[in-house]
Design a protein around this ligand. Structure first.
Ligand code: CAA
Length: 292
């Protein structure tokens, strides 16, 4: 059950680290730097760092082009975003946001690695969308400093951030991440640990319904049109393209496994077929729709 946000007892946040660059990491880094909290992005691949930096650059560029930022302010935001392949300087960080691939083993390795390098009071948050915080905390020496911080796509514009409290997460860690989310101009809600937390627990059955409709022959553009006329900001086909089909299907698999009685599939999943055909959405130029 979601509880009221409370940032009392939060530790000060002077600088942050984002592990895993790319579109999500770049969006988090941009949001943090533009709110005055310098951030370093760390990735193991230069291409991902380049993608994250170019995402941040595009977001800053847009603010300049519409007159919301002067060039010197834009330069200051970009200067406040570091991009690096190593952990240099991470010993001074107040919070770490882990946003690497949604794979338990890889997250375990990355979280343990960074925990050994940060100050003992630094808070480590995972941007996982579906893995349980308690499962992620297993190899950690200080699980009290570990918490979920789940952003939504596109990060710069989606106000909601789920802050997920694991069984061993301390009040101070929750408060610190609530206060970081507030500093980023977001609306944090504190939720309990569990498959899909709050939003994806609701979104997955919705996407399953969409997949089933398509499997039964519905036209995805008509479904999008219908849901947009119904008042949703974007229809399910387009939303899958924005989130990334591979990400959406992976998240759905984890949540379906968490609720096997309610979310059993008895039809061939068209979204899974699209992943097999590498139609990931906007990230690689083709999903339900095509992108230049
Ligand atoms: N990156 C950055 N900014 C963006 C953007 C993007 N990809 N897309 C749009 N924007 C900005 C625009 O620049 C514009 O900003 P300003 O008002 O400051 O100029 C603002 O958003 C509104 O954009 P538009 O008027 O062009 O378009 P819109 O009214 O359709 O709004 C939207 C865009 C906010 C993305 C809206 O369509 C929306 O809310 N969509 C639903 C997105 C959603 O459900 N996300 C959750 C996905 S689930 C997930 O992420 C979790 C998971 O675990 C998998």
């Amino acid at each position: 059950k979601a509880s009221k946000t409370n940032a009392r007892g939060a530790r000060p946040i002077r600088n942050a680290t984002v592990l895993g660059a790319g579109i999500m990491g770049g969006g988090i880094a941009y949001t943090s730097a533009s709110r005055g909290i310098p951030v370093r992005m760390k990735d193991i691949r230069q291409e991902q760092l380049d993608l994250g930096s170019s995402e941040a650059g595009k977001l800053v560029g847009k603010q300049v082009s519409i007159g919301r930022l002067r060039q010197e302010q834009a330069d200051a935001v970009l200067k406040a975003i570091g991009a690096q392949l190593d952990y240099a300087g991470v010993d001074t960080t107040d919070v770490v946001v882990e946003a690497v691939v949604e794979n338990l083993k890889i997250k375990h390795a990355v979280l343990s690695e960074v925990e050994a390098l940060v100050r003992p009071d630094a808070v480590i948050a995972s941007n996982t969308s579906s893995l349980r915080i308690d499962d992620l905390a297993v190899p950690l020496a200080r699980p009290e400093n570990f918490v979920g911080m789940h952003f939504f796509n596109p990060v710069p514009v989606m106000p909601l951030v789920e802050v997920i409290r694991g069984a061993r997460t301390s009040d101070a860690a929750v408060a610190t991440i609530v206060s970081y989310a507030l500093a980023l101009g977001k609306t944090p809600i504190v939720v309990k640990d569990g498959p899909g937390f709050l939003v994806n627990r609701i979104l997955t059955p919705y996407m399953q319904g969409f997949g089933q409709l398509i499997a039964h022959g519905a036209d995805f553009e008509k479904v999008d049109e219908a849901l947009e006329s119904f008042g949703w900001p974007m229809g399910p086909a387009y939303l899958n393209d924005v989130v990334g089909m591979d990400t959406g299907v992976h998240v759905a698999q984890i949540i379906c496994a968490g609720f096997p009685d309610r979310l059993r599939r008895t039809w061939k999943d068209p979204l899974g077929v699209m992943v097999e055909n590498r139609r990931f959405g906007q990230k690689n130029g083709v999903g339900f729709y095509r992108y230049e």
